[in-house]
Design a protein around this ligand. Sequence first.
Ligand code: ADP
Length: 161
Amino acid sequence: MNIAIYPGSFDPVTKGHLDILKNASEIFDKVIIAVAHNGAKKGFLPVEKRVELIKKSITGMNNVEVDAFEGLTIEYAKKNGAKVLIRGLRAVSDFEYEMQLSQTNSALCDEIKTVFLTTKPKYNFISSSTIKEILENGGDISKFVPDAVFEYLSKLSKRNM
Ligand code: ADP
């Protein structure tokens, strides 16, 4: 079975992430979308909430599982029998960081390969950080995030007003 891990912050998950995930699920037998605990970066949403929102947003993707992990991504991949890491590329600005990350991972473990995917153009520009900015400034994020995320964040921002 060809298993791939799609690691990331997903803080929150967007339609861009879901498009990458859908493409990956059509290529691999199983895809695990895995929310990384990042000790250095204080998140916007707790990891458990991010996992819950992803679970609510992936109906119909039968070969996708959702999980969270701490530590090195390649160790997590090995533990799950995965040979592939999925990462998404938006603009050239992603390239340098993603290239460094994939080369570091292959220096740590050459058997695990990184596969880069892109989204449909209409999702290409979406990022979790711009969504947080739009939300903070009272803008409409409904086009950029799945319904479950929109509902949760709308309630959250009303509570904080
Ligand atoms: P990280 O903090 O690990 O970069 P993110 O949740 O921001 O986690 O992103 C996870 C992966 O998804 C990254 O490879 C990122 O480049 C990719 N990604 C995010 N949004 C998009 C998008 N709109 N189109 C293509 N790839 C994307």
